[in-house]
Design a protein around this ligand. Structure first.
Ligand code: MN
Length: 713
């Protein structure tokens, strides 16, 4: 078992001035709170944080990181509180412990393979301090080393998660030895027979391979010397997992995998790279199709090398990479480091920069005398532009930072987005504009009654949500405009005495639409609805086609006269002590039931009903006025005209007409004007039953977005 002394002496070896007091206190604290806890291995629990801390010392980590390693399980597995850790060991240590605890609580097991990349990014994004990931990797490495004590089902679960998530993370961190160790341990638990097979086969071939390695190194070095090229030859045995991958990819048995060894030649100049390649190919036969020139055509991430596979001295394949020292540096610090180009995964440019930088940080750190000083500045946001959240099923989805519940809903399906009325985040209700945070578990609540609105465009972040919402609004506005336009045109025609049903299916209307170059009658109706085309103009064109003569229809005047002289005119008004009076309503003030009214005795035309406040009444001789009142037993509709001033925007008429429909007011006439300063002035003549109904309508219209003023005229 590792002892505290092993850790501190290791730390002192690379950081002689390290203040180990924090580590000693963390050790004492951890021992106290974990006391009595036993690992499945039978060892005291403390052995685990000690091992993790020791791995961190092997990584040449600083005092705080090692202390955090000793404390990494105290929140999750003991009664310790994070506030206490903060008080005793400081903010930084506490933050690392907190980060490791949070990642530990997430259940990444059983995610689908395709999710793995997002999960890795989520972990990175959640770790504002790079040391969180390093502690997590140390923790996982020791857990993998002691996985044998777990039940078999759990072994598989943890090994799968490690292979999908943590081994690649270690690779990205540039810590290849952790990556290889994790992968080989995973192989041991996931494919025990294959593992044993590879182990036996390579052991049997050990001396043979050593001899081979020496021979190739000798031959290569001799070639370099022969042509007076200064260079270094490196050889290594590939780890088991990489041999396994080769076997499964190329469908080989272990004994068919000859290139268990890989070689690398590092020289001083590009010219020498090609020279060395030529010499190698002259000695050993190259395998067709395996030569890759990443020197003249570097990879997107700047990786450069010549790759070739040749038939080696004893008839077996071997891989050789040739590069300059400069290229070697880039390959080490860039994301072209080992796993990247082997997995061939596609990273975005932004990712590549992030990872390259990350790797560089770690490289610089190796050269630093005082890692403490360096690591203090290693606080970063690895993915400042993205957040990662879970679906209820556990899938991880990436969104731009600031994305909301609505973006998430559209991310699932546009039908879900459309009906989204809220969400649950980690089980709690949130509004649709709630901004997603890393690690949130998001569930969408939908309603059949919900639909997108323009306001949503103000807070959604994803292009998909934006496009879909705009699309919906356009369709919706168009439909509303079509029905409003048809309504207006029908009314206008009615005034001309045309009551033909299905007028919009008539060839006459189609002909007018065509004359005005509309694609369809719907387009024409929509334009009337939007107020871009006046109904009057259309009526004017329709009339001759429908065979209506100008003089016959007497126009509006006769209609109005008709209307006010109908026998039923004046019902709804009681004149005190009088019946059967000829009544009509004043056109100057259009009184409505509920308003104070007064009768004016005209000469020979009966009584005109005015509002009490009407200016004509005020000028009138008092002896001509008679008291009148509304008769509540009679239901009548009365015309009223509203002037609505708006900031011009598409669909505003549709919004207003919807209110009129909802409030049961019939539209008799609508007219739209646009002023020079881009305001819209619309006149709606509507039929209402009472003053109160009209007031309702006015206040509802006032609430419509971009409506500046509503007046009755
Ligand atoms: Mn642990």
């Amino acid at each position: 078992m590792i002892r505290l002394n092993d850790i501190t002496s290791k730390l002192i070896s690379y950081h002689p001035k390290a203040d180990i007091e924090l580590i000693e206190r963390a050790y004492v604290y951890s021992a106290k709170v974990h006391q009595g806890q036993i690992r499945l291995s039978g060892e005291s629990y403390l052995s685990h944080p000690l091992e993790a801390a020791h791995i961190l010392a092997q990584l040449k980590m600083d005092v705080i990181c090692i202390a955090a390693g000793l404390l990494h399980d105290v929140i999750e597995d003991t009664d310790a509180e994070i506030t206490e850790i903060r008080d005793l060991f400081g903010e930084e240590t506490a933050n690392i412990v907190d980060g490791v605890t949070k990642i530990g609580k997430m259940n990444f097991a059983n995610r689908e393979q395709r999710q793995a990349e997002n999960v890795r990014k989520m972990i990175l994004a959640m770790s504002s301090d790079i040391r969180v990931i390093l502690v997590k990797l140390a923790d996982r490495l020791h857990n993998m080393r002691t996985l044998g004590f777990q039940p078999e089902a759990k072994q598989r679960l943890i090994a799968t998660e490690t292979l999908d998530i943590y081994a690649p993370l270690a690779g990205r961190m540039g810590i290849n030895w952790i990556k290889s160790s994790l992968e080989d341990l995973c192989l041991f638990y996931l494919e025990p027979e294959i593992y044993a097979n590879i182990k036996d086969a390579t052991a049997q071939r050990k001396s043979e391979m050593n001899a081979f390695m020496d021979k190739v190194k000798r031959d290569l070095s001799a070639k370099l010397a022969e042509f007076n090229i200064q260079g270094t030859v490196k050889a290594r045995q590939k780890h088991f997992y990489s041999i396994y991958k080769k076997m499964s990819e190329q469908n080989l048995t272990v004994n068919q995998v000859y290139d268990i060894l890989a070689f690398r030649v590092i020289v001083n100049s590009i010219k020498e790279c090609y020279e060395v390649l030529g010499h190698i190919h002259s000695v050993w036969k190259p395998v067709q199709g395996r030569f890759k020139d990443y020197v003249s055509v570097p990879k997107g991430n700047m990786y450069q090398s010549l790759h070739t596979t040749v038939i080696g001295p004893i008839g077996q394949r071997m891989e050789i990479q040739i590069r300059t020292w400069d290229m070697n540096k880039v390959a080490m610090s860039g994301i072209a480091a080992h796993w990247k180009y082997k997995e061939g995964s596609i990273a975005t440019k932004a990712d590549e920069r992030q990872f390259a930088w990350l790797q560089q940080l770690l490289d610089w750190q190796k050269d630093l005398k005082d890692p403490q000083e360096f690591l203090e500045s290693v606080k970063m946001d690895l993915f400042p532009d993205e957040v990662y959240v879970f679906t209820p099923k556990g899938d991880v989805k990436a969104f731009p930072k600031g994305a909301t519940v609505v973006d998430f809903a559209y991310g699932i399906h546009s039908e879900v987005g459309k009906k989204c009325m809220g969400g649950k985040v980690n089980g709690k209700m949130v509004p649709i504009r709630y901004q997603l945070k890393n690690g949130n578990i998001v569930e969408i609540i939908t309603s059949q009654k919900q639909h997108p609105s323009k306001d949503w465009l103000k807070f959604v972040k994803t292009p998909k949500a934006k496009t879909k919402i705009r699309q919906w609004i356009r369709t919706e506005e168009r439909e509303e405009s079509i029905s409003l336009g048809k309504n207006i045109l029908e009314k206008a025609l009615k005034h001309e005495g045309v009551t033909q049903s299905n007028i919009f299916k008539s060839e006459q209307v189609s002909a007018v639409a065509k004359e005005l170059s509309f694609h369809s009658v719907e387009d024409l109706a929509a334009q009337i609805g939007f107020g871009k085309v006046s109904a009057k103009q259309i009526v004017g064109r329709l009339k001759p086609k429908l065979g209506i003569k100008e003089n016959k229809s007497q126009g509006l005047v006769s209609k109005v006269v008709d209307r006010f002289l109908r026998p039923r005119e004046g019902r709804g008004i009681k004149v005190d002590g009088v019946s059967d009076m000829l009544l009509h309503f004043a056109k100057c003030c259009h009184p409505l039931p509920g308003e104070e009214v007064v009768g004016f005795i005209t000469r020979g035309r009966g009584i005109t009903i005015h509002q009490e406040t009407c200016r004509h009444v005020k000028k009138a001789a008092p002896d001509r006025l008679v008291p009148v009142s509304w008769d509540p037993s009679e239901k009548e509709v009365y015309p009223a005209t509203l002037r609505v001033t708006t900031v011009e925007r598409k669909g505003i008429l549709a919004d207003i007409s919807m209110i009129l429909t909802q409030k049961d007011a019939n539209i008799i006439h609508a007219e739209i004007k646009t002023t020079v300063d881009n305001k819209g002035i619309s006149f709606f003549t509507i039929e209402v039953e009472s003053y109160k109904q009209m007031q309702d309508i006015m206040s509802a219209i006032k609430k419509v977005k971009n409506v500046l003023m509503v007046e009755r005229i």
